[in-house]
Design a binder for this molecule. Structure first.
Ligand code: ATP
Ligand code: MG
Length: 463
């Protein structure tokens, strides 16, 4: 009782002010003044919106889907905001499960499509350090760790990151509610933070990565107040749990804008935070590792444009190649281990260290090691061994990696790498009877680059 009273008191005491760019009165853009049509909205999302609405709740499409529909893009997914609590949402849909600890959400599942339904989020003003049951929890660095406070529609808008992400499509009358002049910013192509950028980055440092991602994805520019604090605050990314950074890694580098994101993340000193072991290798854009990474991200974008299979494992193999080489040489210098063991130890060490920043799920870690192990074999295999290399399930990925190395190598190594790459290219193009098992040749030819069969991009998602 006492605790409750204390919390209620704290709430009124710390009632937050409206951020300066939240409009005193939101703009309502009626149906005939905006381009969003119901035919562009997923039928499942419409179903959820209508059922919530018909059950007496408020229901809005919100976030990226509204922004993308206004821009004429295909939204990746449709998110819904409502005043129904997660439990109330669950009662309305048989195909619903509640997820999330940091934010409790309802997922309404329609086969492959999941419609995420979030209850309006309120302010996290009742943070209470000595109350472990507090609904919102903040770290000593101002970062939000848990955040289950429900609120009003306006509060929900204030909690969103950028103005372009705080637009609500109202199923009740098909209007758009604009709390922060997001419509104006979409038209002007500017990414502006809701509230003070520094505070919002401290609250959730991932917003720095999101700013970059939206700038490249939407071809927009960062407002000065959004851009300026990033370089200084970039080290805050060290406080983010590695699995969350893995999710961001996929969105940054496996969604078609990898090279542009790499350039911008380097510029803002964010990439170095994701991969601290690379700091000394990426001093100037002319450095071999720098060129290799840039090329790899560009290749991946190209493959996605051509709807070819990609795997994050390949990118991790590229990104961590130089620290891996350095560790390998160090172990060899220390002596005592044959090269094959030194290679395994170096790979394990480097992957292990990386896991502390960006998680690499085990299934991808295994592929990273295989790609590295195959480099030695691709460089040295002779005679019968050639066949076993060709038959290896990671041959294509490792061969691609060799091509990339040859393309971006230091001149002192380049000729030899090119010679070996040429050898494997020829072997695949002009199979000599007796040199390669015919079955292997066929399957190798049919496969897309990077191993495995060609797969449609959609299937990629986080295999
Ligand atoms: P996309 O799905 O195209 O990557 P999005 O804007 O939909 O972009 P999501 O991560 O799906 O991004 O998030 C949906 C919405 O939730 C965002 O538009 C934003 O309003 C809000 N949001 C997401 N992450 C944050 C965050 N870290 N801080 C504040 N608001 C956020
Ligand atoms: Mg989204």
């Amino acid at each position: 009782m006492k605790a409750l009273a204390k919390r209620a008191f704290k709430r009124s005491e710390k009632q937050p002010q409206r951020p300066e760019n939240i409009l005193a009165k939101p703009k309502i853009i009626p149906r005939d003044k905006h381009p969003i049509s119901r035919k562009d909205i997923s039928e499942h999302a419409l179903k959820v919106l209508y059922r919530l609405h018909n059950s007496g709740y408020q229901a809005f499409l919100v976030g990226g889907c509204v922004r993308d529909l206004i821009l004429g893009l295909h939204p990746k997914d449709f998110d819904i905001a409502t005043n129904a609590t997660p439990e109330e949402v669950r009662k309305l849909f048989r195909n619903c499960r509640l997820v999330g600890r940091r934010f409790r959400l309802a997922h309404v599942v329609f086969g492959k499509e999941i419609i995420e339904v979030a209850t309006f989020r309120g302010h996290h003003s009742q943070v209470d350090d000595d109350d472990t049951n507090a609904l919102a929890v903040q770290s000593d660095k101002g970062m939000l760790l848990r955040d289950n406070v429900y609120g009003t529609l306006e509060e929900d808008a204030q909690r969103r990151d950028f103005t372009i992400n705080a637009l609500y499509y109202n199923i009740a009358d098909f209007s758009i509610i604009d709390f922060a002049d997001g419509m104006r910013d979409i038209e002007a192509g500017i990414i502006r933070m809701i509230g003070d950028s520094i505070t919002r980055y401290r609250e959730d440092p991932v917003r720095m990565l999101r700013a970059v991602r939206f700038a490249t994805k939407l071809n927009m520019r960062l407002d000065d107040s959004v851009a300026e604090p990033i370089r200084e605050l970039a080290p805050l990314l060290q406080n983010i749990p590695p699995p969350r950074l893995f999710d961001e890694f996929l969105k940054l580098f496996c969604a078609g804008k990898g090279q542009a994101n790499f350039d911008m993340l380097m510029d803002y000193h964010l990439f170095q935070q994701l991969f601290p072991m690379l700091k000394s290798f990426l001093k100037t854009p002319d450095d071999t590792p720098y060129r290799m990474l840039r090329e790899a991200f560009g290749d991946t974008d190209e493959r996605l444009r051509n709807q070819l299979y990609i795997t994050p494992a390949y990118l991790f193999a590229v990104v961590l190649w130089w620290p891996f080489q350095a560790r390998f040489e160090q172990i060899m210098l220390e002596g005592g281990l044959p090269p094959s063991d030194a290679l395994n130890v170096a790979a394990a060490d480097v992957i292990e260290r990386q896991l502390q920043t960006v998680a690499i799920p085990r299934r991808f870690g295994v592929v990273v090691r295989e790609i590295w192990q195959l480099q030695h074999r691709l460089e040295h295999a002779k005679g019968k061994r050639v066949q076993s290399v060709l038959a290896h399930p990671r041959f294509r990925a490792a061969y691609d990696f060799l091509l990339l190395r040859a393309l971006t190598a230091h001149p002192s190594e380049q000729r030899e790498l090119e010679r070996r790459a040429h050898f494997w290219t020829q072997l695949q193009e002009e199979p000599k009877p007796g040199n390669i098992l015919p079955a292997t040749t066929n399957s190798a030819k049919k496969r897309g680059r990077r191993g495995g069969r060609r797969r449609r991009v959609k299937k990629l998602s986080q295999e």
